[in-house]
Design a protein around this ligand. Structure first.
Ligand code: AMP
Length: 191
């Protein structure tokens, strides 16, 4: 199995690059943001609770997202590997993920962080809000709150992977093709 974490702030291009990477490497894409939006669309109790936090740009509780990832891992026993997008976002989630993967006899092989400047992130997210249908992309205050959550709670997750020598950074600005090629180079070096 090959398991990859594609890391980076909101708007760094994780979703766009994930689509291409899963098709090239045959991985199963697991985006906690997408899983939560499916819960909201289905109007489940979990989705309705999560929406209140997502609309404010705040993180959903660790146990909720770890539970969703656990279910997704169980539901995909044939997967060649997983691409985690938007997860883990806290150190507790990173530890939870390690435990879940260990139970399946596997582990994280690579952690790649996309680096994009804050002004570029805000510009991209406001632009995405014109077409994404995501309410959290249309309001600049919510966008800035999401970036603050990233700085305060999520960016330290990188340190967790640095201690295991699994951490790499890739510049997330430039053409989509160039960023994709830089990501592939890093992935290939970990395979
Ligand atoms: P995303 O689609 O990854 O930008 O996530 C959208 C929103 O969903 C975030 O602003 C959080 O409110 C919530 N969310 C997604 N993934 C997580 C996670 N791993 N931990 C906590 N909250 C999350």
């Amino acid at each position: 199995m090959f398991n990859l974490i594609l890391f980076g702030p909101p708007g760094s291009g994780k979703g766009t690059q994930s689509e291409r990477l899963i098709s090239k490497y045959g991985l199963k894409h697991l985006s906690t943001g997408d899983l939560l939006r499916s819960e909201i669309a289905a109007q489940t109790a979990l989705g309705m609770e999560a929406k209140k936090l997502m609309d404010k740009g705040q993180l959903v509780p660790d146990e909720v997202v770890i539970g969703m990832i656990s279910t997704a891992l169980d539901n995909n026993p044939q997967a060649k590997g997983f691409l985690f997008d938007g997860f883990p976002r806290t150190t507790a989630q990173a530890e939870g993920l390690d435990k879940l993967l260990k139970l399946k006899g596997t582990q994280i092989n690579a952690f790649i962080s996309l680096v994009v400047s804050e002004e570029e992130l805000v510009k991209r997210l406001l632009n995405r809000g014109l077409t994404s249908g995501r309410s959290d992309d249309t309001n600049e205050d919510v966008i800035r709150a999401r970036i603050t959550e990233y700085k305060n709670k999520t960016s330290i997750v990188a340190d967790y992977y640095k201690q295991f020598d699994k951490f790499t950074e890739v510049k997330g600005e430039g053409s989509i093709d160039d960023i994709f090629n830089a990501l592939c180079k890093e992935i290939d070096s970990h395979m």
